[in-house]
Design a binder for this molecule. Structure first.
Ligand SMILES: [Zn+2]
Length: 501
């Protein structure tokens, strides 16, 4: 069987996720409906039940319909299927993944139970005569509001959790919910999912530095540490002190230089954002620095800023109010790649009363989790926070784990090469045959487990050594969502910080 997912009228965000995952898919040719049985799975978010009926009549495999709950309810009425009862809370199911048990029954599952984090997302399996139509209830339009941000607490094992103002929606989790739903459906047919690796090698470490008006000495000390551990970092420069730019940054041949700010602010109009960027860029230009990347002050993002980033000719940007912890993507109608990072800096850990040892333990755990999930580890630091002892331990750990180190721009180059390289494969009995080899590592998901492999032509997928991997980064929604009185304090601090500029 030629493995491809057929898509029919899907939302741009869904397409974005399939591309991030590197899953082969193509549009269904509506004039050639008899060909649709070549697909292993059809995904649609079309809300006209006639068309779904038509597809389900002609199509013998599984159909995944992704729709908001109100549309799912309408389907149940139309299909005269009784509303499925809750049988398996998916949070439990994911903790102890038993794909078989989920598929034996219709299920309606709440992600994360009652805590509210995911209460709008449900997976519903309905049986309509002999067809298998699955419904994943996510309101894509609402889930992908990139211009909303809020303070979120991040997981740790200790009592007081670190927090940061980041994108309000759970885009990382939605991507994983959709991936796992596809995996569950394919597993019902006993076939694996092959997709492109998220990183060039086994593990990837990227170090981002926002200079934020640090002294020359602070920048120099951090630079020396990078050199000691052979770390090529990406420095997002402020243009406050030209002397430091001339005498230090302009001479860093082994590091990447990006642009952070002239004034440390993001505005809610195009003109001021554009001017702020242009005035900084003209200073950098005087010193021969032409940045390819941009990272906004406070990780803030809005559509006016996005336009200013595009008009300024940047090739990528990185704002955690847009997206964090996730894989790269393009904001709608933009060709400037957005590269999300893990947004908790040493400064945020300090505000949550972490000792240095706790900070080191925090970062080591984040690194381990991301390595386990094949995701890039992108951490960031401000030279004026010093804490070189913590950073040194991170670098040591990166070396110990033999992680590949790239600059953000080099990761962008690799990611865009990945986009262009086609993956096509055929499944024949227990073998995967590559028809188009993207020549990057491949992820094989099967039975809720994962393996990364570099095979060149064919492989027996049942013989591979799969490992369990967590479906999400570690979390504890009950604690993470709990109101923290300190949020008022942080809000005040950030208001005060903005007035100083
Ligand atoms: Zn900054």
């Amino acid at each position: 069987m030629d493995f491809k997912i057929g898509i029919f009228s899907i939302h741009p965000f869904l397409e974005m996720i399939l591309k991030q995952e590197g899953i082969p898919f193509e549009d269904i040719d509506q004039d050639n409906f008899e060909l649709i049985n070549k697909y292993a799975l059809i995904i649609t978010d079309y809300d006209e039940s006639d068309m779904i009926e038509l597809i389900s009549e002609k199509f013998h495999n599984e159909i995944l319909v992704i729709n908001p709950t109100y549309i799912a309810k309408r389907y149940f009425e139309l299909l005269k299927t009784r509303t499925p009862r809750i049988t398996i809370p998916l949070s439990e199911f994911y903790k102890n993944p038993s794909f078989k048990s989920a598929l034996d029954r219709s299920f309606l599952a709440d992600f994360y139970g009652d805590s509210g984090l995911f209460k709008d997302y449900k997976v519903i399996r309905i049986k309509n005569n002999n067809e298998n139509i699955y419904m994943l209830s996510i309101s894509l339009e609402e889930s992908f509001l990139f211009d909303k941000s809020c303070r979120k607490q991040f997981f740790d094992f200790r009592k007081e959790l670190p927090s940061e103002v980041v994108g309000k929606k759970y885009i990382y989790e939605i991507r994983n919910i959709i991936l796992q739903t596809i995996n569950i459906i394919l597993y019902s047919k006993n076939i694996p999912l092959i997709h492109k690796s998220y990183i060039p090698q086994n593990s990837l470490f990227i170090f981002r530095i926002d200079t934020d008006f640090c002294t020359k000495e602070e920048a120099e000390n951090l630079y020396k540490l990078c050199q000691k551990y052979d770390i090529k970092a990406t420095w997002f420069l402020d243009t406050y002190n030209e002397k430091t730019i001339r005498e230090l940054y302009a001479k860093m041949a082994d590091q990447e230089l990006g642009f952070h700010c002239s004034r440390h602010l993001v505005f809610d109009n195009y003109e001021e954002n554009f001017q702020n960027i242009q005035s900084g860029l003209s200073i950098l230009k005087k010193h021969g620095i032409k940045p390819k990347g941009y990272a906004a002050p406070f990780g803030e993002w809005n559509s006016y800023l996005q336009k200013a980033i595009e008009k300024s000719g940047f090739l990528y940007s990185s704002e955690f109010s847009y997206d964090y912890d996730n894989l790269p993507s393009y904001p709608i109608a933009s060709n400037v790649l957005q590269i999300p990072i893990h947004p908790i800096s040493c400064g945020r850990l300090r505000r949550s009363h972490y000792t240095d040892n706790e900070k080191i333990a925090y970062y080591k755990r984040v690194i381990d989790e991301k390595i386990d999930r094949n995701e890039p580890v992108i951490l960031y630091h401000h030279p004026h926070h010093k804490k070189l002892n913590v950073i040194e331990e991170i670098f040591r750990y990166v070396k110990l784990k033999k992680m590949q180190n790239l600059t953000m721009n080099n990761y962008r180059i690799w990611w865009q090469k990945r986009e262009k390289r086609k993956l096509e494969y055929v499944l024949n009995k227990d073998k995967i045959f590559l028809q188009k080899n993207p020549k990057i590592p491949l992820i094989i998901d099967y039975e809720g487990k994962r393996v990364i492999d570099n095979f060149s032509e064919s492989v027996k997928y049942k013989d591979l050594e799969y490992k369990n991997y967590p479906f999400f980064l570690k979390n504890d929604p009950k604690r993470q969502e709990k109101w923290n009185w300190r949020n008022w304090l942080y809000k005040y601090e950030s208001w005060k910080g903005r007035r100083k500029v």
